[in-house]
Design a protein. Structure first.
Length: 89
């Protein structure tokens, strides 16, 4: 299961790097890097949210669209893993 979570983190990191490149920014992106500290604006966060939904083929529930979930690659990864896990019956 660890490799699945690492794959999710890598895909999120790629999305963040893509947004940085669009803005002509360069920064090291780790799982704990604060996204606002590397230059992502509120519009970039909206683009990231839409990119995450497209990349992982699900709609982020309104209750999960919080500043806490969009702080870093790691916080996004935890939210996505939680959303993609099948619900226990």
């Amino acid at each position: 299961m660890q490799s699945h979570e690492a794959d999710i983190a890598n895909r999120i990191t790629a999305l963040v790097r893509g947004i940085l490149e669009q803005n002509s920014l360069s920064a090291e992106v780790t799982s704990e890097t604060k996204l606002v500290d590397i230059g992502l604006t509120s519009m970039d966060m909206v683009n990231l949210m839409l990119s995450v939904e497209a990349e992982f083929d699900f709609t982020i529930p309104q209750g999960e669209i919080t500043p806490e979930n969009f702080q870093s690659v790691g916080t996004l990864q935890r939210m996505i893993v939680g959303q993609l896990q099948p619900t226990a019956a």
